[in-house]
Ligand binder design. Structure first.
Ligand SMILES: C[S@@+](CC[C@H](N)C(=O)[O-])C[C@H]1O[C@@H](n2cnc3c(N)ncnc32)[C@H](O)[C@@H]1O
Length: 257
């Protein structure tokens, strides 16, 4: 290593440290990692390994949306496959990390746009996306079903959803109707349920909800998205079914066009 390149590497290390703390362990082109001691392991690379086979290797011409993009691990992975990506997040700290990482990978803004935006703001964004990633965000939202309705309108292909869940993987067929005196059926393990977290979960006050698996699938269906497969724990791949109840009047009341 020359003196000059040693200096450049040190400057890069300073930048990486200045941008800490990192939630995403990015593997940078020069071999460094942003969070090598992540408590979850090599996160989210191990989750990407489960998701990646469900997306085309060559994503040129594909429009992708990454909601809650954080430091951009997934956005960068999609862009490196050739997709044109919009990554959105509400946290300026994470967006700064993602911008820095984008430059490290030599990806231009035309291919990966990083924008400060609430998931609900998508209701005012025109156009749809071939691939939408909605990973690790749903349970952080106070209004999860509203968000799913908004997100659903943006999906013109696949949605990949990941959420924290409550224990219980059982899924029972949902009845067409339920009589008032049959409400005990809601206590069955496979009934769609979502636990409300009034205070904190893992010391995080932004963890609002923990749905069970049946509830994740039911909410997706209710928002017009058909679950196709689950490539890993708490991950669902879904596609637009167009079979949801018409909630457009409520949505337009909340987000007038
Ligand atoms: C648990 S992290 C998940 C990050 C990444 N999607 C992943 O799965 O590794 C949640 C991310 O969602 C962002 N976020 C939280 N609420 C949001 C909202 N209402 N709209 C957009 N992003 C949000 C947070 O800033 C954070 O970057």
């Amino acid at each position: 290593m020359t003196l000059q390149s040693t200096g450049a590497a040190l400057a890069g290390d300073d930048e990486l440290r200045a941008l800490a703390p990192w939630f995403h362990n990015l593997h940078l082109p020069d071999g460094r990692q942003t969070a090598p001691d992540h408590p979850l392991g090599d996160f989210p690379a191990f989750k990407w390994e489960q998701i990646a086979p469900h997306l085309p290797e060559d994503m040129r011409g594909v429009r992708a949306l990454d909601i809650g993009c954080n430091a951009g691990f997934y956005s960068l992975a999609l862009a490196r496959r050739g997709a044109e990506v919009l990554g959105i997040d509400v946290d300026p700290h994470y967006l700064r990390q993602a911008e820095w990482a984008r430059r490290q990978f030599g990806i231009d803004e035309g291919q990966l746009a990083l924008v400060s935006m609430q998931v609900y703001d998508l209701a005012r964004l025109s156009g749809t996306f071939d691939v939408v990633l909605f990973l690790g965000v749903l349970y952080h939202l106070r209004y999860p079903l509203l968000a799913l309705d908004v997100v659903s309108e943006k999906v013109d292909g696949l949605l990949i959803l990941q959420t924290l869940t409550m224990p219980g993987d059982q899924v029972e067929p949902v009845p067409e109707d339920l009589r008032l005196d049959e409400r005990h059926r809601m206590l069955q393990p496979g009934w769609p349920k979502m636990a409300f977290i009034e205070r904190r979960l893992e010391d995080d006050p932004t963890n609002w909800w923990a749905p069970n698996r049946a509830c994740v699938e039911a909410m997706l269906r209710s928002a017009g998205l058909e679950p196709i497969t689950s490539p890993g724990h708490e991950i669902v791949v879904a596609r637009r079914s167009g079979a949801q109840r018409d909630t457009s009047a409520e949505l337009r009341a909340i987000f007038p066009r």
